[in-house]
Design a binder for this molecule. Sequence first.
Ligand SMILES: Nc1ncnc2c1ncn2[C@@H]1O[C@H](COP(=O)(O)OP(=O)(O)OP(=O)(O)O)[C@@H](O)[C@H]1O
Length: 249
Amino acid sequence: MENTIVKNGIAIKARNISKTFQISEDSHNTVKHRLFNLFNPPRTKYVPALKNLSMEIMQGECIGLLGRNGCGKSTLVKLLAGVYPSDTGYVNIQGSTMLMNLGVGMSHELTARENVYVSGSVLGLKIKEIDAIFDEIISFAELEGFVDTKIKFFSSGMVARLGFSIAVKAGADIMFLDEIFAVGDAKFQEKAIKVFESSWIQGKTVVLVSHSMEVIRKYCNRAAFMRKGELVYFGDTEQAIDLYMKDNE
Ligand SMILES: Nc1ncnc2c1ncn2[C@@H]1O[C@H](COP(=O)(O)OP(=O)(O)OP(=O)(O)O)[C@@H](O)[C@H]1O
């Protein structure tokens, strides 16, 4: 794959990004409720998941994202990876990206084979390049018997393995890893960690979401601590871990 990234340049630049989700609280789910509430529309709730966040990540860094459940880590990763647009501000990305979590970016109506080709193309690979790594992707994911099965019939661990395998073999420049060490069975987790620790990670930019301080401490050169949709701290890994631990007391 062509290497278009500027070495030691900025890989990700986010400026003033915000995201508010709109949830309709539909309590009118029975006929009786609907009849009695004809003139009383369902209420809309607004959840500010990210509030005016800015950050810069350099090429080759491994960044940890810390914060309690619901503080906005996955939303931030999805905005940086371009899964959803932000409501305000902008995100600049230098290089190809891949978001790895429980099957985001994969289409459940497509087979494993089709997903490999779609994801590979999104990562900028030509059909012939995907042909060349196809068997390796399937065998690394241990899905030889399921190549032409729609992934909606897969277990969540199988989908995660396929996503991980595509990312490893196709090699995006910027990897967003959302709790990847928490999916798959113990055997696959061990394999994932081995790959992560091998030269595969060299030169790539990684944003790692994890509730494991051991993982964050081991791999991240900097870490961000988030609280209620805000970036409270971004810098020294130990300092970020400290803030996170205090927030859990
Ligand atoms: N698609 C969505 N629609 C509505 N609300 C959402 C959506 N995604 C996230 N939220 C809300 O936004 C807030 C932040 O969620 P997010 O998943 O980013 O948190 P998180 O820090 O990754 O949490 P966790 O550690 O539990 O994975 C939460 O209040 C959540 O309910």
